[in-house]
Design a protein around this ligand. Sequence first.
Ligand code: BGC
Length: 727
Amino acid sequence: MFINTDISHVDEYYGLSEEERKKFDKAVLEELEKTPPKHLETEWGRFQKLTREADEEVENLIDNILKEMTLEQKIYQMSGDNLPKHAGVNPPRYNFTPYYAGEDLELDIPGIKFTDGPTGIVMGYHSTAFPVSIARGASFDVELEERIGEAMGIEGRSGGANLLAGVCVNLLRHPAWGRAQETYGEDSCLVGEMGAALTRGIQKHMMACVKHFAFNSLENVRFRVNVEADERTVREIYLPHFKRCVDAGAACVMSAYNRFRGTYCGHNGYLLNHILKKEWGFQGFVMSDFMWGIRDTVEAANGGQCMEMDVTQFFGEKLVKAVKEGKVSEAVIEDAVRRILRQKIRFAGVGSEENYGIEKMGCKEHTLLAREASEKSTVLLKNEDKLLPLNLAEIRNILVVGPKAVIPNIGDTKKGSSAVYPDYVVTPLEGLKNICGNHVGIRYIDGSCRHMIQYYAQRADAVIVIAGLTCEEEGEYDETGGQSGGDRDSLELNRAEREMIEAAAEANANTIVCLQGGGIVLTSSWEKYVKAILIQWYSGMEGGNALARILFGVVNPSAKLPVTIPASAQQLPFYHQGLEEIKYDFYHGYFLVDKRGETASYPFGYGLSYTSFSYKNLFVQTKGNDVIVSVDVTNTGERAGEEIVQVYVAYSESAVERHLKELKGFSKIFLEPGHTGCVHIALSKECLQYYSEREERWILENITYIIMAGPSSKEEDLLKVNFRFDE
Ligand code: BGC
């Protein structure tokens, strides 16, 4: 029953020249067409008619199924159904249809039907392309994120999948990480809350897979780099956001490619068995990252790996043999299979069929949601002299500059597993034309000629320069596939774009820069030239419309930075491309800037609005297991707007070294001009604990906590009050 586990030709495949690969692909595709894989007739096979069972009944049902199964059948559940021969050959492209694992036609057990990813459903050509995760991180909007999860779940299910690997919560330790766009930012609290919200949303319709567990934040060396970190750093900085998603009920966790303390994460007993399953009580299953996500049959199985995806290289027959030789116990196999079956049974009862259909892919409701997400994700960094919003009634003509104004720049579309293929993408130029109609003249130039920029800039009322990154400069990295994507070696804007900005600003004081990208770019060398800067990230299929609506004030921006923009790369933790070994420290992002007493260009949590807000009456009290932080926020400007209220905590007289402040909660409030609202943010007492390496446990100290609330992590922006539990 197993697929061929001889992998030699997978290596050979990657060793082939492009010409030879094309020939090989053609032959495989022809063969696939002749013998297409067979599937179950119903979506959930023997679980189709199950009504939701009580936990105990589910476990009894699994006991009975396990008794029915041979060892081979059990291990089949744990092994990806993709043939090694098909590994690099995807009809008509990678991720076009779901990847199956453990679909057992004989036992009528449904397969896992896997799809990616964090930006939307990667299957087909019609799904909704949302702004990337780092953008949505900037919205700090968990309710919105849950709605996005629901939309993705509906589209995923409509496309024939039952598991979505969309919840990427690797911490952005350094913004040069090629896949910065796939996560929510540099702070564990933010990343965890957003990841949990996406999990909840997706799981109203299908299984959510949380990835990549753990320490996966270097791209070019992801298949081999070894990450070291002390236990406190592991527990306090790199894992809590994963736990947050597990606590939200995630069905699946994908292990990372990289090594942790010398052992591949896909084999890592400490991470998978000890922390994830035992300590956190995870009830779902672990899945390996695709191909080379595990490297050894016995070590992976005993280390807690439940499923090898997508190609079976080390499980399948090799695992049967290892069990027969006594190297892996049947109990280990049964635990993995139980976890997989448990989730299949659970999700067979989730969602109702009439919700799904091909017409749901990229439907109006979802594309409007993508626009809303982009509007709530766009960060206004600078707005001197209140240049923005532009006034449609007053402006007569604008100049739009830069090649990125006319390309569909929605993220890692070249080689990335997160590439989404929507029906259309509204570019910035199109968005501006949509809003301006005949009221405003728009001239577009690509910005390659300085004289032309200056000539037209002098004649425009305002200049909008679109600059930043594309999938050429950052993204997933495929060691076999050329030079694009991967980690960045510089955080600067490219020279052509810096010159473009300078030329425009020299000729026109009303120059606005709009940055695209997943990772941030440094602004220090050019920001002084321009009056307004926005970060729009990779803003999804409706990004152009969202941008235009912000620039012209139809929408008031509210997003805040999910990552620090440092004054220079020196403010960041150690990073180098091509490292085989790296130590992750207790300090990165705003923790590191704070510790060194430095000033970032723009601090974590920072972002402007077209209105202004003031904070008063910070008050803290305990309620059961929670610490409730309350603060009054007033809209002191002239426009209605939303404010993201952030709560940070500092520690006075702690027994251990703590960060100078840590984000512990956030919330959003919408206020009409002149109105005041009281925001209540509940922090659990647990989030104030530190992890004691000596005692191997979390400790809640009876010390003075300095509770801070305000609009950003900037010290001057925060109200403070001291708080003790005994008060
Ligand atoms: C990526 C994962 C992705 C998987 C399947 C891997 O290369 O690291 O994030 O889910 O491919 O496409």
